[in-house]
Write a protein that binds this ligand. Structure first.
Ligand code: B16
Ligand code: MG
Length: 215
């Protein structure tokens, strides 16, 4: 229980919706075209990491160097396909208890925001029917440093007008937990991030967030 909390900043991919498989499918198409080995284990390292940084992680297995222009082309190739996959997202793809938890927080007067590395955040929220639910959205289009840098969460807190120490962050990525802690926020780990040693709280589903925030 932490009564100082006035806002919750949600990561998007892996917290409110599972897009990992879609990212995987799109990066795999790029890696196959280039003849670069790519598997689910490498994909797991891309959680919360920006598009360009993700591409550079995949290129660690490449047998030649890629120029910045080539990396940009690979990212565009991946994203063009990824965006077509996002078209298949429906409101029912929101992860369990997402809608109920957002409503319960709002009803209790807690501000809610998104803090995502994705430049496709608004498209994903629109497909989920959640775009209008948030008091603030900070995403990959607002920042120059991606997680584990705290920039996206500090940006969300600033847009909300709430001090970082009064914000909780919900994250599925280790890089996101690091970012939340670096920003001076309460870090709540879900899914893969539960193995973090520095998270303040660990939850199994989103509804477990309510006692942490509301007491
Ligand atoms: P995009 P999050 C992150 O979203 C994903 O976890 C990560 O895999 C992806 O590379 C990143 O967004 C950038 O996404 O290519 O759509 O801009 O977890 O921070 O909500
Ligand atoms: Mg995530």
């Amino acid at each position: 229980m932490d009564n100082k909390l006035q806002a919750v900043i949600f990561d998007l991919d892996g917290v409110l919706v599972t897009t990992d498989e879609l990212h995987y499918e799109a990066w795999k198409k790029m890696a196959d075209r280039e003849g670069i080995p790519f598997d689910k284990e490498i994909n797991n390292r891309l959680r919360g990491v920006s598009r360009v940084a993700s591409c550079r992680i995949i290129l660690e297995k490449a047998t030649r160097e890629y120029t910045d222009e080539e990396v940009e082309e690979l990212c565009t190739f991946k994203n063009d396909f990824y965006v077509t996959l996002l078209d298949g997202i429906k409101p029912s793809d929101a992860l369990p208890y997402a809608r109920e938890t957002l409503k319960a927080l709002k009803d209790a007067g807690i501000k809610i925001a998104i803090g995502s590395s994705s430049k496709n955040t608004k498209k994903i929220l629109t497909k989920l029917g959640l775009l209008e639910e948030f008091d603030a959205i900070a995403d990959g289009t607002d920042i120059t440093h991606s997680k584990p840098d705290p920039e996206v969460f500090l940006c969300a807190a600033k847009k909300l007008g709430i001090a970082p120490e009064n914000c909780a962050v919900v994250e599925d990525a280790l890089a996101g937990i690091e970012a939340a802690k670096a920003g001076g926020m309460t870090a709540v780990a879900i899914s893969d991030a539960r193995r973090s040693e520095i998270a303040d709280e660990r939850i199994d589903t989103l509804k477990d967030l309510l006692p942490i925030v509301l007491g």
